[in-house]
Design a binder for this molecule. Structure first.
Ligand code: DAH
Length: 333
């Protein structure tokens, strides 16, 4: 029986399920050793046949059990090995992710707020959905006033609208507190406009200072705005041009020397050497009357944050600030 005994060792030495299968075929297959042994038995003398058959059957059963047992062991080992190889190490560092950064418009807004906070202006907010009174009426813009056309408004029903500027925050602040007032109002505003310098949503910062009658002058306004514009744009020239706003009288628009050509005259400044950056003025008495303020004086100003961001970063198309293009935004980390 030595010929069968060697297979016990082969089974114990097998290192894979595949090898077990090979052994099974070699031993139990049609052309396997067992078939050959049973064939040989037929040539043995009759009196030995029963003994040989009995012995062969014992080995047959024993080998079958050995094979099955070894197969289970190897299957378990192979599964363990597979699990080890495919295991996920949750303690390992992942692919590094990039940290985000503030949008250039928000960076500019923060810088504006930083300046006025340092000058003791409080930061106030209103609501984006406003009523006609706060957005227009109280700002000396009665119904049918032609200056309402300066701002293409998104209207809801019942005299509600999306605020077209941050000036209504002046009204809200004065209605809810007593003078003196020293505030700015940063926030989103909405107009029906869309081209390379206009988007339907943009950001403004409004400023308002109110104190006793005779205490606030145009000179005060001029000083702070000049100082502010130099803080924002560096060494630029600043000029005030007479203008009109319903909520201020007198009113002015403020220009800085062109940041692209330094006053030489170029395409951006339409060859004038100047860029308009904000509107301002002395608060109109009608505005104080609307909020029932008496014996006060004040100044106000308003500016567009996107315009500041475009001039600071020399961006040509305002709309690119709203496209969320990572390649563009990454430059402003
Ligand atoms: N509200 C004006 C606008 O949206 C900006 C502005 C101009 C605000 C002059 C002011 C001001 O307070 O005095 O165009």
């Amino acid at each position: 029986m030595s010929i069968l005994k060697q297979w016990y060792d082969a089974i114990q030495e097998a290192r894979s399920v595949e090898k077990i299968e090979e052994i099974r075929i070699s031993v139990f297959g049609k052309k396997g050793v067992l078939a050959a042994e049973f064939a040989r038995m037929k040539e043995a003398p009759d009196e030995e046949k029963a003994k040989i058959a009995q012995e062969l059957n014992i080995h047959k059963n024993a080998l079958m059990n050995e094979l099955a047992a070894r197969k289970i062991v190897l299957q378990t080992l192979e599964l363990q090995e597979k699990m080890r190889a495919e295991a996920i190490d949750v303690t390992m560092f992942g692919a590094s992710s990039q940290a985000g950064a503030l949008h250039p418009v928000m960076q500019t807004m923060d810088r504006i707020v930083e300046y006025f906070s340092s000058m003791n202006f409080a930061v106030k907010t209103g609501t984006m959905v406003e009523d006609d009174f706060n957005n227009f009426e109280a700002l000396n813009l009665p119904k049918y006033h032609p200056a309402r056309d300066m701002q293409d408004t998104f209207y809801f029903k019942d005299e509600m609208l999306l605020r077209t500027h941050t000036s209504p925050v002046q009204i809200r602040t004065m209605m809810s507190s007593k003078p003196p007032i020293r505030m700015i109002a940063p926030g989103a505003v909405f107009r029906r406009d869309y081209d390379i310098t206009h988007t339907p949503m943009f950001h403004q910062v409004e400023g308002l200072l109110v104190d006793k009658e005779g205490k606030v002058s145009f000179a005060n306004l001029k000083f702070i705005l000049e100082d502010f514009l130099k803080y924002m744009f560096g060494d630029v020239q600043v000029r005030f041009r007479p203008s009109f706003f319903p909520f201020t009288e007198p009113s002015a628009e403020v220009d800085i020397s062109c940041v692209f050509c330094h006053g030489e005259g170029c395409r951006v400044c339409s060859k004038t050497g100047w860029l308009e950056v904000l509107g301002c003025g002395i608060v109109d008495p009608n505005v104080f009357a609307a909020v029932k303020y008496e014996n006060v004086s004040g100044y106000a100003f308003g500016l567009g944050v996107e315009r500041f961001a475009m001039l600071i970063h020399q961006i040509g198309d305002l709309r690119s600030l709203f496209e969320g293009d990572i390649k563009l935004l990454e430059q402003f980390r």
